[in-house]
Design a binder for this molecule. Sequence first.
Ligand code: AMP
Ligand code: ZN
Length: 114
Amino acid sequence: MEGCIFCKIASGEIPAEKVFESANVLAFKDINPGAPVHILIIPKKHIASVNDIEDQDVNIIGEIFIAAKKIASSLGVAEDGYRVVTNCGENAGQTVQHLHYHLLGGRSLKWPPG
Ligand code: AMP
Ligand code: ZN
């Protein structure tokens, strides 16, 4: 998808601090971390948001959560706990229109988020 910053990260055009990569999924450090551990997990394929997930994407979405648990374990937050969230649309504050799941941990997180 032309002009999409996360597609550019997925293709290597823009650098990122990668922490996990598989055929369909990429995870990298958030550039503006909101917690000691703040990772973004994305499908390499351009999907704009949760609203745009299609039936054929079911495996990719599953792979994202398998990646999440592996990343949490490798970064040492699996035991203490962490959060995996995605913002969809304006009211949720989605700023990048390429599906991404935030993995947040390393501190006690408030609920519900603001
Ligand atoms: P959201 O507000 O849910 O759309 O989250 C977008 C996230 O992407 C924010 O937490 C940003 O800090 C992060 N972000 C934007 N550009 C980059 C980038 N080039 N590399 C890493 N993280 C980024
Ligand atoms: Zn994209």
